[in-house]
Design a binder for this molecule. Structure first.
Ligand SMILES: NC(=O)c1ccc[n+]([C@@H]2O[C@H](COP(=O)([O-])OP(=O)(O)OC[C@H]3O[C@@H](n4cnc5c(N)ncnc54)[C@H](O)[C@@H]3O)[C@@H](O)[C@H]2O)c1
Length: 364
């Protein structure tokens, strides 16, 4: 009976419209709700839900495109904002037919006025080659971009996620890195535009939280890899895979004994969206998100060669300045607060990444 009443009410969206028009009064939300209570006093629980509208800055980049896809799959309406500096239309082409997906070409260093419920702020070049190409713009993207997105979130009372980075720990003296470690960062080196830009963005997020009671989530992302990384962007996994697929020598900087932990993109995206959607507002982070399994760069090179039928050999080159020697997240906080930990281990993730780059290279 209740559902029949509800169906009638929804098949005629404003059954009381004539009365409203006659009275020349605006429909009040309370009136609308009242009309949807059936005669037996049962509240109709099939009120159409508004889709949550989510803004993803940097949405056509490697991580951003996977976040857009994940959110659309969960039934969200997604607005991707990107200036296409390192982002690519191919990363989001498969989402374009979805009526709940929109793309806006915009640089986050300029203000944006839009109505959304949540913001994922990922806009920022992430690979050294790209962020060192125009270091001033990199700092501006992190700092002005954060100010603009936080200003927007404040105005519309939206919840906002910041894609911070393990680089805020610099060349760490604490290993593995826990969130309470303040880091060891060179403020004037060639990586500083990225590292210090991200550190300043974190400061801004926490000041907006303290000063304006804004709902913030700050995730410190560790090395992540997977399909849709840009080839030749200097990131170690894509570098090694592409070099091996092309049969070129694999370049290892230094002796290759520096360590990294590699997180597969699907694991990371689940961690980010769960942080945003499943944790209470009081839980702001910062929270490490990454895979704690540690490998030396040399081990990674050997694994890639082992998995690809290639004639590539490993060659050694000088270590660039400020290259951190160790990197491994302590993810106890993520485990305890959301029960999150990576499920996909290196070889499994590499299979999917190699397949992606193999198809990509063949299509060139
Ligand atoms: N991938 C990783 O391993 C990793 C690790 C730590 C942190 N992060 C962070 O995650 C975010 C996404 O990284 P990614 O790996 O997808 O990099 P990416 O370079 O693929 O994506 C960055 C996106 O931001 C866009 N962008 C850059 N400057 C912009 C601007 N001024 N206005 C609008 N858009 C802009 C780019 O065009 C691109 O689409 C970055 O903020 C990065 O710092 C990534």
């Amino acid at each position: 009976m209740a559902s029949t009443v509800c169906n009638i009410l929804f098949s005629t969206p404003y059954p009381f419209q004539q009365k409203i028009d006659a009275n020349r009064s605006k429909p009040k939300l309370s009136n609308i709700i009242q009309q949807r209570i059936d005669k037996k006093g049962l509240i109709c629980n099939s009120t159409p839900m508004k889709k949550k509208r989510v803004l993803v800055t940097g949405g056509s980049g490697f991580l951003g495109s996977h976040i857009c896809e994940n959110l659309l799959n969960k039934g969200r309406e997604v607005i991707c904002v990107d200036n296409f500096f390192t982002g690519r239309k191919e990363n989001i082409l498969h989402l374009m037919d979805n009526p709940y997906f929109e793309v806006i070409r915009h640089d986050v260093t300029f203000p944006l006025y839009i109505e959304v419920d949540e913001i994922y702020n990922l806009a920022c070049p992430a690979s050294p080659i790209h962020y060192q190409f125009d270091p001033v713009q990199t700092t501006k993207t992190s700092v002005h971009g954060a100010i603009n997105m936080l200003g927007l979130a404040k105005r519309i009372r939206a919840k906002i996620f910041q894609a911070s980075t393990s680089e805020v720990y610099g060349d760490p003296e604490v290993h593995p890195q826990t969130e309470d470690y303040w880091g060891n960062v060179n403020p004037i080196g060639i990586r500083s535009c990225y590292d210090e830009g991200k550190r300043c963005a974190e400061t801004l997020f926490f000041d907006y939280n303290r000063q304006h009671n804004l709902r913030i989530k700050v995730g410190r992302i560790f090395n992540t890899y997977g399909p849709r990384m840009t080839m030749d962007d200097g990131r170690v996994v894509s570098n090694f895979v592409v070099q091996a697929l092309r049969g070129e020598d694999i370049t290892v900087y230094g002796k290759g004994d520096q360590t990294r932990s590699f997180c597969y993109v699907d694991d990371l995206v689940n961690g980010i969206t769960s942080f945003m959607e499943d944790t209470p507002d009081e839980f702001t982070g910062p929270m490490n998100l990454g895979n704690p399994n540690e490998f030396t760069i040399l081990e990674l090179a050997e694994t890639v060669i082992d998995m690809i039928d290639t004639k590539s050999k490993i060659v050694f080159k000088d270590l660039p300045s400020d290259d951190p020697t160790q990197r491994k997240p302590d993810i106890t906080l993520a485990k305890n607060t959301m029960g999150w930990e990576p499920q996909i281990q290196l070889r499994e993730g590499l299979v999917k990444t190699i397949e992606y780059f193999d198809n990509y290279l063949k299509a060139l």
